[in-house]
Design a protein around this ligand. Structure first.
Ligand code: F0G
Length: 454
């Protein structure tokens, strides 16, 4: 499995540094809490070498394409295939990988008809090894945790980060500690962490409380923190956008729409877009927009009510539990990339999320509720004229349908919104409830007839 020699021509890989997003302080190393030693704000990874002699765009594109026919473990990873724009490995064997990335872009013909946007696509990150986009960041951050000699890694999570972290820790021979809000995350996600051997703590608080505690823990114990505050995570998550641009043959779509929770993913995608433009790999930027649930709309309020100058935290509540976050850590990074790419931020209701999720499911691909905010948000952005019907739009589906089966089952059984008759009626045509029948041919034939005629 790890017979490693890198295939094809290589371009020079670049040493990285850490830069504070507020005061600009640059350092070669970071403290365990990944905060600026001078002002305490978040760090980002930069590549000073790009200033002197940046990678040649056509050579880089060729190398990335060439690695697709390689069988070496590192080239089979849809993250490390782009290693020329990632923190440098000592040798290819170091990468803790589960062949993450390499996710499909699907056309969405039915959603295209519903929205009136013919060029509508989904980049499905739910097709990653643990079923969410987290794997692309985790492979990089877990690799650097192992390299730094940590025995323990830890995260606070609404579920997907913990599933991914536990898997990569197991693959990398490390122990993992998971802090999740008790009763507020899907058991499907939790079951992954359990199976991958994490020490799982369900804390009597929300996600924001878990993250706060984790930040205190990493200052006191030799534990490596794997939340998206860790800038290595965002470097890996950048590859979502790079792979997407490659899939569009480096002709950027007009819009990329992504769900927003702790706001690491939107920050990573935006960083990738800006870097790809600066490196000359794309001629212009797509607009990157973030969609939040109405009940967890900290970024929406921060941009609308505070002009993006200070965070307006909220007390978060939504059935899309993955994005049930009121105090997003990476809000400054996200606000920056939205402004730089000309994107926007919108919020959607619980009903709009459920409807959009069923509409995506009807395409035969499905996603988890948090991912469906993208389609619901697109409808609003079209109404506002921010997205034009003749533009190309990519929705980032962040998690797999199977991540939250309870939501899906409650929806189709009609238990969701049951006390709101007009809403229940408006969603009825999207519901496909399971039926219990006598085991007779007649009963099944009658059901088939009814379905055909309904
Ligand atoms: N979609 C899904 C499926 C998620 O799991 C998350 C975040 C998001 C969207 C939002 O991404 O936080 O980068 O803005 N889940 C985290 C977790 C917080 O712990 O699994 P973000």
């Amino acid at each position: 499995m790890s017979s490693i020699s890198t295939s094809g021509p290589t371009v020079r890989q670049s040493a990285h540094q850490f830069r504070c997003i507020s005061c600009g302080h640059v350092s070669d190393s970071a403290e365990q809490d990944f905060r600026c030693a001078k002002c305490g704000d978040l760090l980002e990874i930069i590549y000073p070498y790009w200033k002197e002699g940046r990678p040649d765009p056509s050579q880089v594109k060729f190398v990335w394409q060439d690695r697709k026919v390689s069988f070496s473990s590192i080239d089979l990873s849809g993250v490390w295939r782009f290693r020329d724009v990632l923190p440098m490995l000592g040798n290819p064997d170091e990468a803790v990988t589960l062949r993450e990335g390499n996710t499909p872009v699907y056309e969405l013909p039915q959603c295209a008809r519903i929205t009136g946007v013919p060029l509508l696509f989904a980049k499905h990150q739910g097709m990653n090894p643990t079923g969410s986009f987290k794997d692309t960041g985790m492979t990089v951050a877990a690799t650097f945790a192992k390299r730094a000699g940590f025995r323990w890694v830890a995260c606070a999570s609404t579920g997907n980060t913990s599933a991914s972290m536990a898997a990569y820790a197991a693959r990398g021979g490390m122990r993992s500690l998971v802090l999740v809000p008790e009763g507020k995350i899907s058991w499907s996600k939790l079951s992954q962490a359990l199976d991958y051997g994490a020490v799982t703590c369900q804390l009597r608080t929300d996600f924001d409380g878990c993250l706060k505690l984790l930040q205190e823990l990493v200052r006191k114990a030799p534990v490596y923190q794997l939340n998206s505050i860790n800038p290595f995570r965002l470097e890996g998550q950048k590859t979502l956008a790079i792979e997407l641009l490659e899939q569009f043959d480096w002709n950027p779509p007009d819009h990329i729409i992504v769900p927003g929770g702790n706001l690491g993913n939107s920050s990573a995608i935006g960083k990738a877009l800006l870097e790809m433009l600066n490196l000359g790999l794309i001629p212009h930027l797509p607009k990157l927009s973030v969609i939040q649930a109405e009940g967890a709309n900290a970024l929406v309020r921060t941009l609308r009510e505070a002009g993006g100058k200070r965070l307006i935290s909220v007390s978060a509540e939504t059935r899309a539990t993955a994005i049930r976050i009121g105090n997003p850590a990476s809000w400054k990074k996200a606000a920056y990339v939205l402004a730089e790419t000309g994107g926007t931020c919108e919020q959607v209701s619980e009903v709009e999320i459920a409807q959009a999720k069923a509409e995506i499911g009807a395409e035969g691909i499905g996603c988890e509720p948090a991912s469906a905010v993208t389609l619901a948000g697109l409808k609003k952005l079209l109404q506002q004229g921010f997205v034009k019907p003749d533009e190309t739009v990519v929705l980032v589906l962040t998690g797999n349908l199977l991540k939250d089966p309870d939501f899906t089952i409650e929806f189709h059984r009609g238990e969701m919104f049951a006390d709101d008759a007009p809403t229940a009626k408006s969603l009825a045509s999207l519901r496909h409830p399971p039926m219990v029948l006598d085991a007779t041919l007649d009963a099944v034939m009658r059901t088939l007839d009814q379905a055909e005629n309904s």
